[in-house]
Design a protein around this ligand. Structure first.
Ligand SMILES: Cc1cc2nc3c(=O)[nH]c(=O)nc-3n(C[C@H](O)[C@H](O)[C@H](O)COP(=O)(O)O)c2cc1C
Length: 165
């Protein structure tokens, strides 16, 4: 994907300005070869209501995504306020990310681990993977979803916070 504009933009400025777009934080999980795998992700959104589709953008440098892509079925864990430590733990490449983390087995066959204390869980299956520069754009069909109680963990300008209405 060639884009003239990107070449001339200062990367630090690009990250800094885009960091002004506040978002929730999710952890993408799956069971691969019988073991839980996961990574923290901010680039997640609801794409389509009918059919029910969501999208995310895993980086090409992620070591977890290629494994999760093989599993095809995964869970999006929407993190709750107070789960900053979990968000940081699932962002460390190569770490034993599930060590000491409470999770439940997938509710849908082949789905991903549901992290305890998360605000919502969305089970899905990967439908399409597109080129997205140094990331992929993944479109997935929603198989099941449920929300818990609480307020979201928010990510804004490189820092974590919570939401106050
Ligand atoms: C708040 C936050 C948001 C992140 N969002 C993304 C994202 O949208 N896409 C992505 O690929 N990595 C994202 N990361 C980085 C990944 O979590 C990190 O690169 C990954 O966990 C590395 O581990 P892996 O090699 O096991 O994949 C984010 C990290 C943090 C802390």
């Amino acid at each position: 994907m060639e884009s003239e504009a990107l070449v001339t933009l200062d990367r630090a400025e690009f990250r800094s300005v885009l960091g002004h777009f506040a978002s929730g934080v999710v952890v993408i999980t799956a069971i691969v070869d019988g073991r839980p795998v996961g990574f923290t992700c901010q680039s997640f959104f609801s794409l389509s209501l009918d059919p029910p589709l969501v999208a995310l953008a895993p980086g090409r440098s992620s070591t977890s995504w290629p494994k999760i892509a093989r599993a095809e079925r995964l869970c999006v864990n929407v993190l709750a306020a107070g789960q900053e430590a979990l968000a940081r733990a699932f962002a460390v490449s190569g770490a034993d990310k599930f060590s000491g983390v409470g999770w439940s087995a997938p509710s849908t066959p082949g789905g991903g681990p549901r992290l305890h204390g998360a605000l919502a869980w969305i089970d899905r299956v990967v439908e399409q993977v597109h080129d997205g520069g140094d990331h992929f754009l993944v479109i997935a069909a929603v198989l099941g979803l449920v929300a818990g109680q609480g307020s979201p963990l928010v990510f804004y300008r490189g820092g974590f916070g919570s939401f106050a209405a």
